[in-house]
Design a binder for this molecule. Structure first.
Ligand code: AMP
Ligand code: MG
Length: 328
């Protein structure tokens, strides 16, 4: 069986082609970069619509197959930006009805975990998923992926990006903050906010910008921002590991590129005798294969979606989704 997975929750429009044994035959994508500021929902959706055909052609070419070889369609049903989700869903529905194949709506966060389990061989990890649009600590329990902790306001990637933009660090924010942070020497105290198992980054971001305006050294600030934000992430992940007694920790999402965050999490995992995994970056970022693979898992375990079930959900939660392939 070959599944074509379409990812389109935010700035990346991706198409992956995956077979039922988990072989990734293609991973094609294009990413919308706003002229200035953050993602403009309608512009991003128009970008997806304008690039869908080229990404599809590239995926088929790389996989060396024809569109008629596809037996299953999957797409990112949520959570994400409404116009982007609707564009990806429309493309998926059109292809599914034209090819007359089943269609599966896939949760984006679940897909991030599943592609990591596939490629890294992690069986039952506590996953820290950190990106421009999401920040969650996820682990499987009683039939679903449970959210052990999450941000109460902005995602950590957004915190880094907005900080960068506000203080004049060029795009892309996250990697440039990381580079500057390596030259930071002095820790500047910043608000560290962990509430129960949840996190908050908006006050941290505002205060870091304020300290910059008050004349603090930019390299020291980048260093301090990373140390503060990442320590909070590691604290919550560590408590999930201690509570669940799972022996695997996985890091994914765009912020997984950060070497300092990797180092801190690896250290924590080691202290708990847990293995540490990070998928290759092209599968940590938003990608089509993760949607295709999760579509295959769902289909093989009896999940069937009618067209009515393919309405997108901007706020779909990780723990709303039954995971039959891991139950029993
Ligand atoms: P995604 O939302 O998964 O597409 O990932 C994009 C996010 O990852 C943005 O917020 C980037 O700033 C962030 N990011 C990418 N590389 C790094 C890095 N080296 N350090 C920190 N954040 C990063
Ligand atoms: Mg993502």
């Amino acid at each position: 069986m070959l599944c074509l997975g379409i990812e389109g929750t935010a700035h990346t429009f991706g198409i992956g082609i995956v077979d039922s044994r988990g072989k990734v035959l293609a991973n094609a994508s294009r990413t919308y970069v706003p002229a200035k500021g953050g993602i403009h929902p309608r512009d991003a959706a128009q970008f997806h619509a304008a690039n869908a055909r080229a990404v599809l052609d590239e995926a088929l070419k790389v996989a060396k197959i024809g569109i008629e070889d596809i037996n299953l369609m999957a797409f990112s049903g949520g959570p994400g930006i409404g116009p982007c989700l609707r564009t990806a869903a429309t493309a998926a529905r059109a292809l599914a009805s034209w090819l007359n194949v089943p269609i599966i709506s896939v949760n984006h966060c679940v897909a991030h975990v599943e592609i990591g389990r596939l490629t890294e061989g992690a069986r039952d990890p506590v996953t820290l998923y950190v990106s421009g649009g999401n920040t969650q600590v996820i682990a499987f329990d009683a039939g679903r992926y449970r959210v052990f902790g999450e941000t109460l306001d902005i995602p950590v990637g957004n915190c880094l990006d907005v900080f960068a933009r506000e203080v004049g660090i060029p795009h892309p924010g996250g990697p440039n903050v990381e580079r500057l942070a390596r030259e930071g020497k002095r820790y500047i105290p910043l608000p560290y906010v962990v509430k129960g198992m949840d996190l908050s980054f908006s006050g941290l971001m505002t205060e870091a910008v304020r300290k910059h305006r008050a004349g603090a050294n930019l390299r020291d600030l980048c260093y301090s921002l990373q140390e503060t934000a990442f320590a909070a992430l590691v604290e919550v992940t560590e408590r999930a590991v201690a509570h669940t007694e799972k022996k695997e920790v996985m890091l994914t999402g765009g912020v997984a590129a950060n070497k300092r965050l990797r180092e801190m999490l690896r250290f924590m995992a080691k202290e708990h005798g847990a293995k540490f995994y990070v998928p290759p970056m092209e599968l940590c970022a938003d990608n089509g294969p993760m949607i295709g693979w999760t579509g295959i898992l769902a289909y093989k375990h009896g999940v069937r979606h009618k067209l009515d079930d393919t309405v997108v959900k901007q706020r779909q939660r990780t723990d709303e989704i039954d995971i039959p392939w891991r139950s029993g």
